[in-house]
Every structure is written in structure tokens, then in C-alpha cells.
Design a protein around this ligand. Sequence first.
Ligand code: GLC
Length: 544
Amino acid sequence: MSWWKDTVIYEIYPESFYDANGDGVGDLVGIRAKLPELVRLGVETLWICPIFSSPMKDGGYDVSDYFGIRESVGTFEEFDALVAELKEQNMRLILDIPINHTSDSHHWFQQSKVSEANPYRDYYIWRAGKGEFPPNNWISSKVGGSCWAQTEETEAYYLHLYSDWQPDLNWENPAVRSAMAQVLQFWIDRGVDGFRLDVINKIGKEPGLPDANVDPETGEPFFPEPYFQNHPLSHGYIQELRSRLKGEEIFLIGQTQGVSELEAYQYAAPVRKELDSFLQFEATDFRKTEGQSQEAFIEGWKEKLFRWQRIDECLSAMIFFGSHDLSRTVSHYGEDVTYRRESSKALALLLLSLRGIPVIYMGEEIGMTNARYRDFSKYQDIRTRLTYQRRVLEGGEPEEEVLREIWETSRDNARYPIHWNAGNNAGFSEVKPRLSPASNYRQVNVESERREEDSVLTFYRKMINLRRSEMVLRRGTFHPLKSEPGVISFERVWESRRVVVEVNLTHTPKKSGLTGSEKSLITTHSNSWMQPTLAAYEGRILVI
Ligand code: GLC
């Protein structure tokens, strides 16, 4: 059985994890220094966001050299030391790597843009414009504006699905495909166990790059995703990549936004020899609407969650609530002031009892909340800055209103430094980091969570341990159960073991669907499992 089927993953955004050398930026030595914390937590695999050389305009998802480590993050020596220590702890390492695009400062692009005759020209996607206009009408759904840009050197345009300094690589070119296989092999040879392949579902583009349809009402083009998102061509490219990799059980996870179940099967069914697992975002992209009750929100979320729990048995999906791109879990799905602790635990219980390969995003284990800075100038995320530029500066929308939205959606919610203690800079660094800690760092931090018996951190530890000892939680089949609105309830079955999970994700007590004759496996509220009602944000796992 492949090692990754039973693992619990912990995602680290290295800039903000722990700064060991006092320059205000988290680093590899910092990860190593805090490894004992992670060992105690019980996670078995680290997923580290991009560590490669990068101008850092998009958090490292803009690589300028795949064979280099960013100076602010560390050196190869430090990387090797981290790998060695992970091996000693029997832990695994997955690197996050964006290979759909590079930074425009990558030497391939620097060469490519020089002339049409340059040997690197076809590493990227260049097309002639249509008169004064770009080659087609594609608008970036991620950063706005045309997906095409020109350089000074030649007339042609290059394609960029993200910012114009993130040119898309041309996967039609066999040289690009073999260069990328070499990149992955380089890191495998250095001891890496797998990769999270960033937006890998966008590497195949519809030949001819046709115009997107135009909305007859507004005259504006629709987003062009149908021409490159989960395009059939991507499968061949990924299969080829996989077949070139040499190494034992290299774990490949694809970031595959917008997949259908059939497409997920095409990417990740073992017979396809493509990816091993995939990240889909249908549930995490689901947001509470203005004025919506928590009950209605949870019902909507549950429907999406459950849909992806019921997928074909042969598929191993990733299960996650937070990431470096998303809101903090407790702020998104729970209640992060009065019931911060309770709802964080309820969500831990849910995450670690669902089907799939669970990912805990750093800080989730202590119930860190959204940052909610009072001022736009404190935000660094490129997408937040663009929103400010377009909507406030250019669009004239009230700053206060846009800021409130940003409080819930900015990627900086996930990217601000981990609160290690109640000291200066929340114990993250000796100097002031680029992103400030959240204002609640004196109450919400690792040190205080470690001290307290009934903390969120202690609960995460217990849940991870339980998942490790209970095959039924890792491999059991999934069956949804009926419950009151706002309660998530389901059954997992493995051989003769049957467990029922019930989680109340509202602040109103709810009726439990159980009879009282069950045995408790774990609960968020001690000794409450015999009660016929679930308290606010109470979760239980019971054995039938
Ligand atoms: C993915 C990453 C995100 C990045 C984008 C472009 O969505 O998760 O952080 O900005 O790809 O590489």
C-alpha cells in the first residue's frame, strides 16, 4: 500500500512559519527548529510552498530558477539537513512547484523574448497580434485584464494566464516537457518524496487558442477557462512527466480547480498512471452570502463536501479546509470570536474523520483566525493590492466596504506569521515581519495552546492520533446521514467497525441523531456524548 494513502499532511508557507536568522522572513532553518512541534502534533508529511529562486511577486509561485533555493529561505546545505532530519523522524517531504508558468525573470524567458530565432522562443507561447489587438480576447479570471502582453524586443505577444510577469510555458514543446522532468528529478534525487503540482490542469491549451465566446448582454468575453482548464491535452503531458520520473513511490498531487468527477478520475485513477491525488475547490470556494444563516451556509457547504466524499472508491482525493490561498478555516466555517476554540475543534474533528488525504494548513492547529488588518497598506498579497487599485483607487468604491470584503478573502489571512508566543512579533521573528501578526496573538499562540489541557492544539493531536489508530477513519467507506440543518453527520465503515460522526457547526444546540447506546470514540466537549443534544459547535465520533 502506498505510503501516502494513510498520511496526514501539514502545509507550510515558508515565509511565515518561523524566522530563525532574524531577517523577518521565515526559512528552512526555522522549519527544522520547529520540527519537534510538528512531530508532537503527529503530522507525517510536510508540504512546503515554493522555495525556489523567485522575485517573490506572487509568493514564490513565480520561479526564476527551479534549480536554486531562494536566498531568504535558505541554502542547499540547510535543505539537505532538513531532509535528513525528516528521514530520521520517518517523515516525508512534498514540494509545491509551479510548472505551468515561470517568472519573467527566468533565464528561459529572458532568452525567449529576445528574438523569434532564439532557441528558447518556443519555451513560451508567442503569437502575432490582430492589428492593434492581442491575438485573442482572453481575459484573466485571476488578475483581470488581457492574458497577453508584449515586450520591447519584438512585436509578438506572449500568453500569461496569471500576471504579465508570469508567462505560461509552452507544453506543446517537447523541450519544455523534458526540462520539467529534469527539474522534478533533480529534487527527487535530493530526497523529496513528491510534489504538489501548481495549476497543473492548465498546461494543456486548446490548439489555435480560439476567442472566448462573448456575452451577448454585456458584449464582454466570458472567461476563457474552457480553452485551458482541464483540457484533454494536459493528461498526456502529465502521463509523460510521470513516466520519466525515477524514484520510489513519488507522490504527485495536482491542483485541479474546476474538475468534474470524470476529470478527477482521468487525472488520478491508478490505472491512468498520471497523478496520485488531486485538490478540488468546490467546497472551499463556497462562501457565506450576505445575511445568510449559519445553518443555510453549512447545508450548502455540506452538499459540496459530501458530493466529493462519494466519488469512486479508487480515487484518493485531498481533503482540506484551508491553504495559503484561502481564508482561515475557523473564520470561514466556524465562529472565530466567542466560539473560536469550540468551532476550531469541531472542524478538526470533521477534517480528520472524512475520507481522503487530510491537509492541515499551518496555524489551523491552534485556531488562528483571519488577519483583518484595519488598513489596506498592511496587505501585501498581489491580488489584494490589485483589488484595492481597481476598486478603491480607480473605481471609487468606499474603502471601508472593500476592506470588509478583504477581511474575508485576502490571501494574507493565511500568509501572516504563525503566532508562536505572546512576545514581540508573536515570537515569529526578532524583527518586524512584512505582514503583522493578527491583533489576537496574545490569546491565540502556540505557547498558550501548549500549556492548556483542552486547547485546540491538544485536540488536533488527539484527532491525528485517532486517525492513525483507526483504519475506519482512513479507509472506511462513507455514507451520509440525515441531520438537523447546520449539523454534518455521516457514517464510516471498515470491515466490522462502524463509526458515526456528528458535528454541529452552529451556535445553536441541535438534536443528536443517535440513541445513546453507542460508545464514544472522541468528543470536542468532554462527557457530553450521552446527551440527546449537541451543544454549540460540538462534534462527536461514536462507535456503533
Ligand atoms: C495557485 C497557487 C497560488 C498562485 C497561483 C499561480 O493557485 O496556489 O498561490 O498564485 O497558482 O501560480
